[in-house]
Design a protein around this ligand. Structure first.
Ligand SMILES: C[S@@+](CC[C@H](N)C(=O)[O-])C[C@H]1O[C@@H](n2cnc3c(N)ncnc32)[C@H](O)[C@@H]1O
Ligand code: SF4
Length: 425
């Protein structure tokens, strides 16, 4: 059956079965470059949450808003040669806690971005906010500055869980912020987490019901993970046992489906047509330029795909921008890594992606992953439909195992080398 599928893909022109992979070109060939998104990282928070491994830093004293916005715009200018002439489809201002910045700073940032890159007129512009920094005036100011989507970090509506998570806001502040966000932006996402310390199925169900009742077009529900380098990893709280966590998982997902939210990605739920366009571009292996402390980028150009990482510590980042060199690492994505990274992202999507997207976005023929694809179909983890690369429900359930099948194993494959930037020609 799986062999038939591979042949069917070949028949539809999505796979060339006789291609000699080792002899195939080592450089990606793009008919057109992928859509480009812009990510902007604002790295400060009021307090570091004990479960958080994002590049976020407790603010001491005042946030240097004007200095940081100026640095971001310099960073963008330095990056312009790498994205010359390309339109920007979405902007995501993430953190950290971007809502620590006042509306005037966000206005200066977005005006500066628009002056430097061609932002599409209907571009999605998202900003992440923490209810603990909520002010109605500030939200209205963000909207006036051009932010057209707000993502609010609610996490839970239960006082017990909010306290266990060390959040700086209470449930009423979260409710007030969500109501104001809906009134001002309409286009709102609420972030919640589940399988929290001390949480049972009823408490998780109540959280889901309250989030759903706001009627936002988008909800994100993340299962809490204990990440290395966090306080929770060093001092784990009492977490729900495996069975309870599985029951919570089912209860939350059932409630969301019942309310008409489509689970279009592992942790993302939307009313039809209201998916986050910025994140979809990541999962479809689009391009993104990330500016700001610790931001990541993936940029395609004729004959190559490159990844970049900027200096992580805010002070060091500011100093490096001043020196004209904010990028700490840059490396070329090899042929084999491109195949793996594409599948790592695409398989998170419930609907998968059209098979043709593989060649469009990696610049290589689908034959590059013929063997693991065959294996995944044989094991019932990927749908046999030759037109789509789509995980089956089993594949979604065992997503990590499915993704691992695509890890590069080709003998003699050259892995991406990280080149210290000052050593670049
Ligand atoms: C970068 S945070 C930004 C939101 C904002 N800083 C806040 O916390 O209100 C994005 C989201 O990731 C989720 N998240 C963070 N750490 C997590 C963890 N260890 N496990 C699961 N989800 C996590 C939270 O839901 C959080 O809202
Ligand atoms: S507010 Fe958000 S980004 Fe900041 S530490 Fe908490 S979870 Fe992390």
């Amino acid at each position: 059956m799986a062999r038939d599928v591979i042949l069917a893909r070949a028949a539809t022109g999505t796979l060339a079965p006789n291609i000699d992979i080792d002899a195939s070109i080592g450089q990606p060939q793009f008919a057109a470059l992928p859509p480009l998104s812009l990510y902007v990282h604002l790295p400060w928070c009021v307090r570091k949450c004990p479960y958080c491994d994002f590049n976020s830093h407790e603010v001491r004293g005042e946030v240097p808003q004007a200095e940081y916005v100026a640095a971001l715009l310099t960073d963008l200018e330095l990056a312009l040669p790498r994205i010359w002439g390309r339109k920007v489809h979405t902007v995501f201002i993430g953190g950290g806690t971007p809502s620590l910045f006042d509306a005037a700073a966000i206005d200066a940032l977005l005006a500066g971005i628009r002056a430097r890159v061609p932002l599409l007129p209907d571009a999605e512009v998202t900003l992440e906010a923490n209810p603990g920094t909520f002010e109605r005036q500030r939200f209205a100011g963000y909207y006036a500055a051009g932010v057209n989507r707000l993502s609010l970090g609610v996490q839970s509506f239960a006082p017990k869980q909010l306290a266990a998570l060390g959040r700086i806001h209470d449930a009423d502040e979260a409710r007030r912020a969500a109501e104001a966000a809906l009134m001002i932006f309409g286009n709102v996402n609420l972030d919640l987490m589940y399988a929290l310390p001390g949480q049972d199925v009823d408490a998780a169900r109540a959280d889901a019901a309250e989030a759903i009742a706001f009627g936002t077009p988008h909800l994100s529900f993340y299962q809490l993970t204990l990440e290395p380098n966090t306080l929770f990893h060093r001092h784990p709280p009492a977490m729900p046992d495996e069975d309870t966590a599985a029951d919570i998982d089912d209860a939350v997902h059932d409630a969301l489906a019942h309310a008409g939210y489509v689970r279009y990605e592992t942790s993302a739920f939307a009313r039809p047509g209201r998916e986050c366009r910025h994140n979809l571009n990541y999962w479809r292996f689009g391009d993104y330029l990330g500016i700001g402390a610790g931001a990541h980028s993936k940029i395609s150009a004729p004959g190559r795909i490159e990844r970049e990482l900027r200096y992580k510590q805010p002070r060091q980042y500011l100093a490096q921008v001043a020196a004209g060199a904010p990028v700490q690492e840059r490396h070329e994505v090899t042929r084999d890594d491109a195949g793996f990274e594409f599948m790592l992202n695409a398989l998170r999507l419930t609907a998968g992606v059209p098979t043709t997207l593989f060649a469009e976005r990696t610049g290589f023929p689908l034959a590059l992953i013929a063997r693991p694809l065959d294996e995944a179909v044989r094991r019932g983890l990927i749908d046999p439909d030759p037109q789509w690369l789509r995980p089956t429900p089993l594949g979604q359930r065992f997503l990590t195992d499915l993704q691992a099948l695509f890890l590069p194993t080709v003998r003699g494959a050259r892995r991406g080398q990280t080149i210290p930037i000052h050593a670049q020609p």
